[in-house]
Design a protein around this ligand. Sequence first.
Ligand SMILES: Cc1cc2nc3c(=O)[nH]c(=O)nc-3n(C[C@H](O)[C@H](O)[C@H](O)COP(=O)(O)OP(=O)(O)OC[C@H]3O[C@@H](n4cnc5c(N)ncnc54)[C@H](O)[C@@H]3O)c2cc1C
Length: 378
Amino acid sequence: MSSEMYDLIIAGAGPAGATAARAAALQGLDTLILEKQTFPRYKPCGGALSSKATAMLDFSLPGSICERAITGARVHFKDRVLEKHKGYKLTTLIDRSRFDDLLLQKAEVAGAEKETQKVMDYSEKDGFVSVKTDKGTYQSRFLVIATGCQDGLRSRIRGRDGRDCMGICLVSDVKEDDEKIRARLADTLDIHFGVAEGGYGWIFPHRGYYSVGIGGISSRLHHPRRAMLQFLRKNGFSERQELHGHQIPQGGNNRRSALGRVLLAGDAAGFVDAFTGEGIYYALASGRIAAQVIGDASAQEADQVYERRCEKEFGAELRYALFFSKMMHRYPETFLRILACQEDVLDRYIEIAAARISYRDFMRWLIPRLPINLLRTL
Ligand SMILES: Cc1cc2nc3c(=O)[nH]c(=O)nc-3n(C[C@H](O)[C@H](O)[C@H](O)COP(=O)(O)OP(=O)(O)OC[C@H]3O[C@@H](n4cnc5c(N)ncnc54)[C@H](O)[C@@H]3O)c2cc1C
């Protein structure tokens, strides 16, 4: 057992954990990050870094990570295809593996210690947390669990997620010539609704490859592999691709995300947009808030302060996203005939990705226009 008492131990070095580690180390906190995998590691992802996520970074990303600036979206629903472009960047397609590696390097440069170890368990004692890994035991004043949504550590705080609250995704990086990628999609995200129950399929034009994937709610998407192979085939790709499966939280943020000296960040807390699947922004934001709270607050209040600050920063957005996702499941035809088939609606909706408007702004804009939009769907 290490005799050192850290201020903060972080389990998991994805965007949430690495951001928490860097922010804590920059405040002078004695910080240890425990990650089970050796970085750079592959993480199944579409690789879309929204403008609001980019705005969270206090450094610029190198060209080796930023693969394409996206200015438009092409949306398919049944027989309809709609395409909208903006004269500005909506999102950046990144090399996810390099991005995560850079965030971890930044945390280490800021002074965080890193060990490649798997966190197995933890227990809270008087005034500190004891963290057990596959190689040893460590102690700290606080623990941030940022181990994503596939690890069981978080369930002691938020309980188990039912299959209605979890999405399942399959994704593949499909190699292609940049010339062909440019001719097919240029700077456009290609989104296909109706291909996966409770979700969508995507084709994102990276550099030298497409990210092709499908995702839907676990309880409804009974044959994800079959849906993925069909999606590949229908879009002219070979079915012989390496497929990577991963879960994604889709239940919103109505559970506890902190208890005592233990805080959950990123996917571990369920902080993902249930409609689009965007999670990197919420991982960055919650990781940073966790470090700030631990740096500021007294031990008794840290859990409540953390929950309040996350709620204030992005709670409403996650609830709107969940509402959108539920509407899509309940009334798919009507919902998608409005969102994915009406130019002015899509034109306004994609401004959310660019962080020009919030979901709330979008709803305020849409509600007075709903009657006319509903009539248009008839
Ligand atoms: C297919 C797919 C596509 C997606 N596309 C996008 C997208 O385009 N844009 C977007 O914004 N979001 C996207 N997301 C969501 C996004 O990937 C997640 O929200 C984001 O990765 C959350 O970051 P995190 O740090 O919380 O967790 P993760 O990135 O999952 O990192 C968790 C880390 O913890 C480590 N770990 C796990 N257990 C332990 C343990 N016991 N001990 C030590 N270490 C451990 C893991 O090795 C991992 O490195 C996508 C998700 C999926 C599944």
